[in-house]
Design a protein around this ligand. Sequence first.
Ligand code: HEM
Length: 233
Amino acid sequence: MNSLIDSSSPRTAQAHDTVSETATIRKAQLRTTRIRSAHRFAGLTLAFFIGLHLMNHLCALVSIEQHIKIMDVLRLIYRNPLGEALLLLAIMVQVPSGILLVRRKGWRGLPLAERAQVASGGYLAFFLVAHVFAVMMGRYFFHVDTNFYFASAVLFSPVWLFYVVYYGLSVVSVFVHVASIHYQKMLSRTSSHRAQTQALAIVGTGIAVMVLILLAFSGVVYEIRLPAAYKWW
Ligand code: HEM
C-alpha cells in the first residue's frame, strides 16, 4: 500500500505541475491577445487621425493659407474635448501596448517584415510622445498657434537637419509600419512576390509623401516668411 502511495505521489505532483504550467501559458496567451486587440484598436483610431494629418500637410503644397484653412476644419474633429481625449487615450494605449508586444516577440530570428514592423513602430512610439509634447508646449507654454508656421520654423532653425531626419522618419515609419503589416496579412492570400510588390509600393508612396511635405514646409515650393513669434533661436 505504502509503495503504491509512494509511486503515485510524484506522478500526481508532475501532473499538477503540467496543469498549472498549461494554465500559466493560457493566461499569458490571453493577455497577449488582449494587448494585441488594444494595440489594433488604438492603432486604427490613430491611423484615422494620421491619415487626415498627413493629407493636411500635403495641402501645404498649394499654399500656407490652404494648409491653415484645412487644419482649422480638422481641428473641429481632433481638438474638441471628445476627439482630443480619444486621440490622447489612443496614444497612451498604443505606445505601451506596442512596447509590451515587442518585448514578447523579441527581435532575434524575426523575419525582415516583422523587424521592419518593430523598428518603425519603435520610432513612431518615440516620435508620438516627443511630437505631442512639443505641440502641447507650443500651445500651453509658448502660447503660439501650433499651425503651419510652428512646424515650418524648425526647418529654418540652426538644427534644421535634425528636423529633416526627425520629421522625415516619422512619415516613412507610418508607411513602413502599414506596409509590413499588409505584407504579413497578404502572404496567406496571394503570392509572396505580389505581397512584396504591394508592400514596396506602400513604402514608395510614403517616401514620396515625406519628400513633398518637407519641400513644402522648408520653403522650396514658395517663399515662407516666418512671423517673429515662431523664431525661437
Ligand atoms: C512632417 C511631418 C509632420 C509635421 C510637420 C507635423 C506637424 C504637426 C503640427 C503643426 C501639429 C499641431 C496641429 C494643431 O495644432 O492642430 C501636429 C500635431 C500632432 N501630430 Fe503631427 N506632424 C507631422 C507628422 C506626424 C506624424 C507622422 C504623426 C503620427 C505618427 C503625428 C501626430 C500628431 C499628433 C498626435 C498631434 C497632436 C494633435 C493634437 O492633439 O492637437 N504627426 N503635428
